[in-house]
Design a protein around this ligand. Structure first.
Ligand code: SF4
Ligand SMILES: [Zn+2]
Length: 337
């Protein structure tokens, strides 16, 4: 536990301005995310130094496909979340019951210890992932600062629900990100995620225009909810027009979980079809995930050569030389020297 950043007091309550919920939190209460608590008039980050999940993952699992492919990344997450997705695929750590008791299933691991663990396990990167890292940004940023002094990169795997006020404090310390764009529909965000789409779009724009962070986008396609062609076309057109054709886009498969058991998992054909639409629209790198598919490979947008062949979260072959195809086309991303 550590005193939080990004809060002020108003009318006897604390207002947290880390994420666009702007929770007003009375004494003894927690914010919506449950890991920020008003204790005796100060906001405390209960997650600081207390990850509940720590693993070494392939970076492809985040998913990040254009960011040091084939490397391992030390991955950690805490409890709680600032969104209320009915289809949460990680609800055992993000949802309220367990998160009400932060600290219990967690271990103490201070920022120094996290960086040491990355060094000891030859991980060139650390990922803030599993639950929403924005809500424990104090911890993530402190780790990232120490990590940079050892040339270790930091990655956010995030829903992009962060305020303008906090954005640079966090992302000026981050090297890579995968941002969920859960749909291209405000109604969907409100009804199924208890949130709004605009702050997520603003965060994506800020990443593109105001930082040097390498980022990719993930859209989980849920049968009957956000998998219709019209919405996919709108989502792709926005990405193309606002962010350009070189931001990798991942369509991943939903499986029934948490409060959404009224439909089956996403068929592979749905993902392939969405990928087809996105490629037709002009996005250069479109991938499908959570199913086995050739569409997880990277092809040169200029000559169509297979550049990176992937198995399930692993690299089978990498033909890139200094980040370029043999035809001379530079492939956007961050590559090993
Ligand atoms: S980070 Fe948590 S406490 Fe702060 S505004 Fe968001 S949900 Fe509320
Ligand atoms: Zn080529």
């Amino acid at each position: 536990m550590k005193e939080a950043q990004w809060w002020s007091t108003a009318n006897g309550k604390i207002q947290c301005y880390l994420c666009p919920r702007y929770c007003k939190i009375g004494k003894g209460q927690n914010g919506f995310c449950f890991i920020r608590k008003n204790i005796d008039g100060t906001l405390q980050s209960l997650a600081y130094g207390s990850p509940c999940s720590v693993n070494i993952d392939p970076i492809e699992k985040k998913p990040l496909f254009h960011f040091y492919p084939g490397t391992n990344i030390l991955s950690l997450g805490t409890l709680g979340c600032n969104l209320g997705c009915l289809f949460c695929q990680n609800w055992s750590i993000t949802k309220i019951k367990k998160a009400k008791e932060p600290g219990k299933p967690s271990r103490e691991l201070l920022p120094d210890d996290v960086v040491k663990a990355a060094l000891n396990n030859n991980c060139p990167g650390i990922a803030y992932t599993y639950n929403e890292p924005t809500i424990w940004a104090e911890y993530a940023v402190d780790i990232a600062k120490i990590a940079h002094s050892h040339s270790i990169k930091s990655v956010m795997v995030t829903n992009g629900y962060i305020t303008k006020e906090a954005f640079h404090d966090v992302y000026d310390n981050i090297d890579g990100a995968n941002v969920d764009l859960k749909s291209f529909n405000e109604h969907f965000y409100r009804k199924y995620a208890a949130a709004h789409i605009d702050p997520v779009l603003q965060a994506l724009l800020a990443l593109k225009k105001e930082t040097n962070v390498w980022f990719e986008i993930t859209t989980l396609l849920i049968p009957g909810l956000n998998d219709n062609d019209e919405e996919t076309k709108k989502l792709c057109a926005w990405i193309l027009n606002e962010l350009g054709p070189d931001i990798p886009l991942h369509f991943t498969a939903f499986h029934p979980d948490y409060k959404m058991h009224d439909r089956g998992p996403t068929p592979a054909e749905t993902l392939e079809h969405a990928r087809y639409i996105a490629m037709q629209c002009g996005i250069h790198f479109v991938y499908v995930g959570n199913v086995s598919s050739n569409s997880a490979n990277t092809y040169c947008p200029q000559c169509n050569k297979l550049l990176i062949q992937r198995g399930w979260h692993s690299i089978v072959r990498n033909e890139l030389i200094d980040g370029k195809c043999s035809c001379g086309e530079a492939i956007p991303g961050r590559w090993m020297k």
